[in-house]
Design a protein around this ligand. Structure first.
Ligand SMILES: Nc1ncnc2c1ncn2[C@@H]1O[C@H](COP(=O)(O)OP(=O)(O)OP(=O)(O)O)[C@@H](O)[C@H]1O
Ligand SMILES: [Mg+2]
Length: 588
């Protein structure tokens, strides 16, 4: 599915730094975790040393003091190691959790503030997947890097120790290390590549799921369950395949590392063993050396494992920061002027606009003036650009040519908040949140509101009576997107929401889906109340709207072809006459 390709490579360090910045907000926790780590590392080296003492002094020399020392030493060492490892792991993981929490919040904040354009191009499921899955991967970034660093210290400590024990033996033991470097780098790259592929499949599954569930009615209505299930299966199968490859690569890299380790042990055994036979080396020394060597390969193996996590975290980071950075360039920006009203007029001056990727403009040289108190009806055939025109006013999209002035100033001069607070939108599709009826109506209220205000708005929108009949009245939850309400009820709630907001300018995209005559009549009355004493720009699909409009604007192919009153337009405008006969004629 369409996902923009993400470039890999040189950015890794930069991205890790950005992830780390989130962790750095929890410095105190990190400090404790790192203290734990610093204490744990030498404990490993110390235990190797104790083993040598145990074998040489206790088992071979039968030294009683040494026995006590070793016994107490082991207990103390293990307890200390346990305590500090706890501090390290606990605080590291919780700081990871908090960092991810912040990152997820930031990402959502960015997404919500992205311009409408962006949502045209992006799938909801993909965005959900980034917020839920990709952010989660980053959680491993710092802990893994710290772990990696810790293992580096362990390796250095143990390496110094093995060289101190017997540098000739150590030489044989570490001879294979350079050979381990190649598979390490190879598998890092491979894990990263597979990680990218997997995350993109996770996103595809999420897209399928989101689409399938929100379109469930259509799926059932067309009896397409089987097809949808198999589409989902296909998407999921791709995910499994790439997950499988990841598991394979991860296992392979671990086993390759182990094999390299066994070569080292073999070399040491061969060389050390022959020296023991020659009487050149004590058995204890060789055993201790092998213990140290075994200990040395543990952290190396863990370095490999943490590296896999780091690569995965980087995959997540690439995908998360891709959106964050996109936001940097194109976050919605308003001007600095507060729109305080009163509303005088809004003027379109030769406005041109094309949707990205479209091959013809949706608006083509539109000029139009709406004065305070007027009711302007926009009519035109489907796809002529009416909704697009209305969407320019709250700056969902900005004109590519020409300009739009509010009270004589370009829209872009005003802050987005003050601009959008000054207008009420009732869109073609009634959208409600899964909250109570009251919360939905009061959605646009700034600051507090009272039950009386909500009820007044509901009454004006002819919604009060049906609300009272709902199981819990104003406290009833309306279900996702308002599924628990009828079409007309939903529309009346959105009208009540606009009345409650009480904006001077109203932008109304009348629903095209026909309601039955009775609900239609009630919705019409509600709209009449809404439009009273307000300036309104109405995309008209109702006869009553065009008959009561001060001015009717006829739109065709993104252009205004004529404007005037109903009777005049009927006389002189062919397009209007045809539209009228087709859209309104039957109803009238
Ligand atoms: N989000 C979008 N991305 C790309 N093209 C779009 C988008 N929305 C609309 N269009 C195109 O722009 C043109 C105008 O669409 P618009 O929604 O403004 O029509 P409309 O007049 O409101 O139609 P209707 O009466 O059916 O609601 C159409 O050709 C449509 O295909
Ligand atoms: Mg429309």
């Amino acid at each position: 599915m369409a996902e923009s390709k993400i470039k890999g490579g040189g950015q890794s360090l930069h991205m890790l730094k950005r992830c780390l910045a989130y962790f750095m907000r929890y410095k105190a926790r990190l400090a404790v975790a790192i203290l734990g780590m610093v204490v744990v590392a030498p404990c490993s080296a110390a235990s190797a040393w104790l083993v040598k003492k145990a074998v040489d002094d206790v088992l071979i020399n039968k030294d009683v003091v040494a026995l006590k020392f070793v016994t107490v030493g082991i207990v103390v060492l293990m307890t200390a190691k346990g305590v500090f490892r706890f501090l390290q792991n606990y605080y590291m993981n919780t700081s990871g959790l908090l960092a991810i929490n912040d990152l997820r919040n930031d990402l959502y904040a960015r997404i919500v503030c992205l311009p409408m354009d962006y949502f045209n191009e992006s799938q909801v499921g993909m965005l959900m997947s980034r917020v839920l899955n990709d952010v989660g991967l980053i959680r491993a970034s710092l802990p893994s890097m710290v772990m990696f660093t810790r293992e580096v210290f362990s390796v250095i400590g143990l390496a110094v120790y093995v060289f101190y024990l017997d540098w000739k033996l150590a030489f044989w033991g570490t001879l294979v290390l350079p050979a381990a470097l190649y598979p390490f780098i190879y598998y890092s790259k491979r894990m990263r590549k597979l990680g990218r592929r997997t995350q993109s499949h996770v996103s595809d599954v999420s897209v399928r799921l989101q689409e399938g569930l929100s379109g469930i009615k259509v799926i059932k209505g067309f009896a397409k369950e089987k097809e949808e299930i198999s589409r989902f299966r296909d998407e999921n199968a791709k995910l499994v395949t790439s997950n499988n490859k990841q598991i394979l690569a991860s296992e392979q890299s671990s086993r390759v590392m182990e094999t390299v380790g066994s070569f080292a042990a073999g070399l040491v055994l061969w060389y050390g063993g022959s020296r023991v036979i020659e009487g050149d080396l004590t058995t204890g020394a060789l055993l201790s050396f092998l213990t140290a060597l075994a200990l040395l390969y543990e952290p190396i193996k863990r370095m490999n494992a943490t590296n896999i996590d780091i690569q995965m975290a980087l995959t997540g980071a690439e995908r998360v920061f891709e959106i964050m950075d996109k936001a940097d360039g194109i976050t919605e920006r308003g001007g600095s002027v507060e729109f305080t009203g009163p509303f005088r007029d809004i003027a379109f001056e030769d406005v041109t606009f094309s949707y990205s990727g479209a091959n013809r403009p949706a608006l083509d040289g539109v000029s139009l003036q709406v004065k305070a108190g007027e009711r302007i009806a926009i009519v035109g055939s489907s796809g002529s650009g009416k909704t697009t025109l209305a969407n320019m006013v709250p700056r969902f999209f900005d004109p590519q040519g020409g300009r739009i002035l509010l009270n004589g100033r370009p829209l872009a001069d005003y802050t987005l908040t003050s601009l959008r607070r000054s207008m009420g939108l009732v869109s073609q599709e009634a959208f409600l949140f899964n909250a109570s009826v009251r919360e939905n109506i009061a959605y646009g209220a700034v600051g507090g509101y009272s039950q009386e205000e909500v009820e007044a708005a509901a009454k004006a929108a002819y919604a009060h009576d049906f609300i009272l009949e709902l199981p819990e009245g104003y406290d009833t939850l309306v279900g996702e997107r308002g599924v628990k309400l009828s079409g007309g009820q939903k529309q009346r709630l959105t009208i009540a929401r606009a009345i409650m907001k009480n904006p001077p300018l109203l932008i109304l995209d009348e629903a095209t889906s026909a309601l039955d005559t009775e609900s239609e009549r009630i919705v019409q009355l509600a709209l009449e109340n809404l439009m009273q004493h307000r300036t309104s720009l109405v995309i008209a699909h109702r006869l009553s709207t065009i008959l009561t409009a001060d001015l009717i604007v006829v739109v065709e192919n993104g252009r205004i072809v004529d404007q005037g009153k109903h009777a005049k337009l009927l006389e002189r405008c062919d397009i209007y006459r045809t539209l009228y006969e087709m859209q309104f004629g039957a109803a009238g």
